[in-house]
Ligand binder design. Sequence first.
Ligand code: MIC
Ligand code: SF4
Length: 639
Amino acid sequence: MNLSKKIIKQHLVNGVMEAGTEIGLKIDQTLTQDATGTMAYLQFEAMGVPRVKTELSVSYIDHNTLQSGFENADDHKFLQTIASKYGIVFSPAGTGICHQVHLERFGIPGKTLIGSDSHTPTGGGIGMLSFGAGGLDVACAMAGQPFYITMPKIVRVNLIGKLRPWVSAKDIILELLRILSVKGGRGKIFEFSGEGVKTLSVPERATITNMGTELGATTTIFPSDEITKDFLKKQSRENVWVELGADQDAKYDEEMTIDLNTLEPLIAMPHSPDNVKKVKELKGIKVDQVGIGSCTNSSLADMMLCAKVLKGKKINRNTSLVISPGSRQVMSMLANSGDLFNIIDAGARILECACGPCIGMGQAPKTKAVSLRTFNRNFEGRSGTKDAQVYLCSPEVALAASLSGEISDPMEYFSDKPEITLPEQFYVNDDHFQLPMKDTSKVEIVRGPNIKPLPIFEKLKDTIKAEVVLKVGDNISTDHILPAGAKILPLRSNLPAISEYTFASVDKDFVSRAKAVSSGVIIGADNYGQGSSREHAALAPRYLGIQIVLVKSFARIHLANLINFGIIPLTFHNPSDYENIKLGDRIEFLNIKNAIKNNTDLTIKIAGKNIKLNYNFTGRQKEIIFAGGLLNWIKEGVK
Ligand code: MIC
Ligand code: SF4
């Protein structure tokens, strides 16, 4: 058996391990972050469960830390108090980015983890089976419910050889993105094996599993071996280590091989993580801004590389370099070793240990700027500047650009690569975490005025008469559907306010158009809803009256979120019918409820032409859709 199936088997509470069918998994750990957490905890509260039923649940504050108004700090207080009330570990602002901190302090090989953040698969770096999910699914897991997914195909990624100096783990995942594209991983778990695995440290593995999300993968995982043991030992957590891996004769649904010896520095061009080129092909492009950090590349090893490379040098006068260490542990160790001095002295700007510029919370580049970032997403406008040209690359490539002021191949630009020797023991100070209390009866949950109650949605009607209020193309990300950034992110707890920004960067008239009709349909193409796990990208459209999203194909987490909020996700039976529908078309979905109930054909008529639609819902999903969403379904006591 392969490793993924071993862990799935141990946690399987519903279904069978047959690719394409629905399975329910017992979830051991959950994590939330503040931008999705407020909604997740409001939903958990509405379930009336007195205390979380997981082995561990952690609430991180890492996204909204700018505090440009009262909203963020109010949310932080709410999250702190609701964590105390329900037995959740609270990680306050400044402690670090959820995925980095979870890997350092909480993750356990062989356990299951779901997080209300799409990059939760970072945990696969230590052999955890971890999934990104909508906040409501995380709330359900905290209430002891299984987590439902479609049983994925398991792909073996055989790593052979060893990376050359100045080529990094980031280049491995960029190579996979180049080969497979942002939709190539859908419905699949990527399980790494082969002799090359032994050459990669845990932070390097975590860079790969983190960005497996960009493939659209269900998750990604590495075995738990001696290298994992050493990582956990350095974190004084050797006691949670177990050896885990695939059997010698393990079977996989698909296999692919990456030869590390032949890889060279790669870079993803604007505006998609799969728009990958060799760095040397883009040599000489002037660079205005460099960002090093995010949950992809902010480990101590990444930061030590920055310090060693920058020591005694000055960054280019026309290039701004911003660095955000991933956690307080990393920051403290950099301060203690003197490495922080080398980074600051070279001219870098040090940011808080948080998501920061990765989600447009500050550091928006100048007009038409070229910005090189070690982050994981470069969707148009995500940086805060619509016409900025954002590239994704390794810290090695980012450092070369910050010194030379232009895109440079680190293999040519630098000479010998400095040796990075990690300390035997990492500095551990868990006092920053607020641990759950036994008696929570006196805890008052504090709710600021930005925290609005959950909306109540109607049950599904028999027939839906709706109008097409938006038609979009391929690879629409949740950043398109509901942008983040310094202005909009603080409104995550306030659905009426945040819904005003739905599709703001795609079509500024969308909101008024959607409000003007009583029920709306969105037409999309391939991989609709890729990217983040933010359930607001389903909640806000539903709040604005969207009842159906009809596309060529969906991304996994967004599809689950649509169902959770009672929007019916449908696909074209014949993808070319996408061309036959236009904005303003009125569509009647006759007896849709009955059709779905009885699994009968669903057709609509547009301009005299019959268009056949596909759907594939499990019994559970049907009931959720009929109830008008998961929360209604739970309240109805169906489950
Ligand atoms: C992201 O990287 O897009 C985010 C911001 O972390 C999101 C979560 C969110 O929108 O709050 C994610 O990846 O799920
Ligand atoms: Fe934060 Fe960026 Fe990671 Fe999302 S991708 S969790 S915004 S650092």
